[in-house]
Design a protein around this ligand. Sequence first.
Ligand code: GDP
Length: 446
Amino acid sequence: MFENLSERLSGVFDRLTKQGALSEDDVKTALREVRVALLEADVSLPVARDFVKAVQEKATGQTVTKSVTPGQQVIKIVHDELVHFLAGDEGDIGALKVDNPPAPILMVGLQGGGKTTTTAKLAKRLQEKNGKRVLMASLDVYRPAAMDQLKVLGDQIGVDTLPIVPGQSPADIAKRAKQQATMGGYDVYMLDTAGRLSIDDALMTEVEEIRNITNPRETLLVVDGLTGQDAVHTAENFDERIGISGVILTRMDGDGRGGAALSMRAVTGKPIKFVGLGEKMDAIEEFHPERIAGRILGMGDIVSLVEKAQETIEAEQAERMMKRFQKGRFNMNDLKMQLEQMLKMGGMEGMMGMMPGMKKMSKQMEGAGIDDKMLKRQIALIQSMTKKERANPQLLQASRKKRIAKGAGLEVSELNKLLKMQRQMADMMKKMGKMGKGGMLKQAMK
Ligand code: GDP
């Protein structure tokens, strides 16, 4: 999903972050490249244009936060705009409406888009993840094989299907499904309608009739994500005629260019609710605009860093600390500040996840029992030290150690670990200070 677009964009942004100060021209050039990348991903021209315009406006209007580079800030703006394009104004897309049992879900779409497969995938999900009892019914009276297909899938995943009665019309089957769902105590019943190769009036009339009979809680359009802008047109058509509540994009596991996902919301105003990621029954995922934007940009580290920097780091304080670190000064006060900062920034895991290449280390630390509780214990130990001791940890000999550990209600061994950590960090700071620009901490705090 989105590999090509992601690659293109990361090239653009790599160049951008490498520069210190950004001129308006730099930003313009970068955004022009973003536009080309979007068009290549089969995003429609008006959408790409609107996107770039929105970013441009925000980028020029915003003052640069002190603790991040202008390039990083532009990436954050692009990211937020991507989320906005993917999610629309309401922000979160939320789950399916399946209250008031039995809740009807109408599945619509063209033939071959993945409708039957997706019906079964969703049914399985609703049953296993949401604990709903689901009944599926195929209304495809034109292709008996389609009815059998749904039954086979149902048997495979343990979801009931409405018994097949040859000769019934789609409207009759819909009525029977409703009845059976009510009598059988089902929470949800899903109607897998017949598709056509292309949109025609007969298809729409039939779906309309079924919609009127069942009054669905959700009308989900299933479209092949590989078809790019065609998928968006199909959604527009269905929405105009039937009124859809959401879209499911299938085949997003393929090397599609992602344009359908990006234009769908902007063009149709309807949310993408799920994406299909393969033929297996579990290959379906909720569509999270934040996550998808992160995947497209491949810059999650920078985005969250800028966010957190804007929220929590006071630039002056960070800079002052930086200077101290570069000189290799790192005492218990610094460590305490770091530990507190880490807690604020979402704890150990959050912090490590943000630094490039630190994810693995975070796992290792977790394995070694280093977690948020430990951060708090360490802070308690430092609090139990005198001012002098904090500034000069070398002072800590056996008796002082005992007193401090006791004060924090912890063992001396724990204090020893803390001291070792402080020494290691002081060493690391010294080395990074020497490394200068390439230093991890400096980059992270910039
Ligand atoms: P329908 O005619 O719309 O009901 O389409 P089907 O459900 O029969 O699906 C057509 C084909 O697409 C089947 O071979 C499915 O296994 C496949 N398919 C459906 N969804 C996905 C998906 O998300 N990824 C991939 N790779 N294949 C899918």
